[in-house]
Design a protein around this ligand. Structure first.
Ligand SMILES: [Zn+2]
Ligand SMILES: [Zn+2]
Length: 365
């Protein structure tokens, strides 16, 4: 089986389109024809090596596609099924049994090495050490052999090319609010950084009945969109933002979600909390980041929780989000722009450099 894939060879290098050979799916794997793949901030961070993962690797972890072949041990899928690809997990450790696959004992080897757990790659190219199993999938390709546990069946009557971002960005934003913070109706919640994950957090907070949703960002266009999608207040990210939040909430917010990964924003997300209050850290901070906290402030029932993939049991949460979208309650199509696979560099430029596009999705030929 042959496919075209976009390879990152070295730090900051442009994506290179190459021919790859796929091994047949093993017992616990599936062959998927990729229809589309969202581009997530993490893909760009790995390409630039702000997140240090081994190269050369085929990235992409918001794939959607159609199952073409199913390994003998994969019970939940059949040929022809529409799937969203999400992260991989082992299925048998304590976190997996508790429905928290993103805290799987094998999360790092299964998702961040670009290889199977045994060190092999289902994708081969001219380069000897090509890594074709990023986040269980490597979806920047026309076909991929994915982990069966990464592949989540979705309804066939929904637009498949739109669904890939449910596998990471939307799950992370909505899940962090619904699963990790669980705000009660009437509470207040601040979202720092309203890109895909932050806007998903705003929509999640609205669904939870949060009475005061405050969006913080540097870009006015994104703040306007946050207001359209359910935020009640929009604030520019500056050094007065904590004081403004305290004023808007009458002393401090009940919850905060930090999506930017900017260290000062992490501190602000904790500083803006009332008594008690909980902040969730979602944005990937650069490796080795340390942040000073005031323990006088933390002492009064305040906390900071790191959250990966929205604490979501993705096998059920992704279909749940698909149904929310169908019902008009998760209108993330409003901030998507489609690009041909070959235009991957322009898609990254428009989203990561100028910030004019929030969620680029690549459609495969
Ligand atoms: Zn992602
Ligand atoms: Zn596990």
């Amino acid at each position: 089986m042959n496919a075209k894939a976009a390879l990152v060879r070295s730090a900051g290098a442009p994506f290179e389109f190459i021919d790859v050979e796929l091994t047949p799916p093993r017992a616990e794997e599936v062959l998927v024809r990729i229809v589309a793949s969202g581009i997530c901030h993490t893909d760009v961070a790995v390409r630039n090596q702000d997140v240090l993962l081994p190269l050369p690797m085929v990235l992409g972890h918001e794939g959607s596609g159609i199952v073409e072949a199913v390994g003998s041990e994969v019970r939940h899928l059949a040929v022809g099924d529409h799937v969203v690809l999400s992260g991989d997990s082992c299925g048998h450790c304590q976190s997996c049994h508790r429905g928290l696959p993103s805290y799987c004992d094998e999360f790092i080897p299964r998702n961040l090495t670009g290889q199977r757990i045994d060190g092999s790659s289902p994708m081969r190219g001219a380069e000897q050490d090509l890594r074709g199993r990023f986040c269980g999938q490597s979806s920047f390709a026309t076909y991929t052999v994915a982990s069966g546990r990464s592949a989540i069946k979705v309804p066939k009557d929904l637009p498949l090319e739109l669904l890939g971002p449910l596998g990471c960005g939307l799950t992370t934003g909505v899940g962090t609010v619904m699963n990790a913070l669980r705000p009660s109706p009437g509470s207040s919640l601040v979202v720092f950084g309203v890109g895909t994950v932050g806007l998903a957090a705003v929509m999640g907070a609205k669904l939870c009945g949060v009475a005061k949703i405050i969006a913080v960002d540097r870009l006015d266009a994104r703040l306007d969109l946050a207001l359209d999608l359910g935020a009640h207040h929009a604030l520019r990210a500056d050094d007065k933002v904590v004081a403004s939040i305290r004023e808007l909430t009458g002393g401090g917010a009940d919850f905060a979600v930090e999506c930017s990964g900017v260290p000062i924003a992490v501190r602000q997300a904790v500083d803006c909390l009332g008594r008690p209050g909980m902040a969730a850290q979602v944005g990937a901070t650069p490796a080795g980041t340390e942040i000073a906290m005031s323990m006088d402030h933390m002492g009064f029932g305040r906390g900071l929780k790191g959250v990966v993939m929205g604490d979501a049991a993705t096998a059920t949460f992704v279909p749940y989000l698909a149904e929310l979208h169908r019902a008009g309650q998760l209108p993330y199509d409003r901030f998507v722009r489609y690009y041909d696979f070959s235009d991957i560099e322009r898609a990254i430029h428009d989203s990561s450099v100028t910030g004019e596009v929030i969620k680029p999705i690549l459609t495969m030929p």
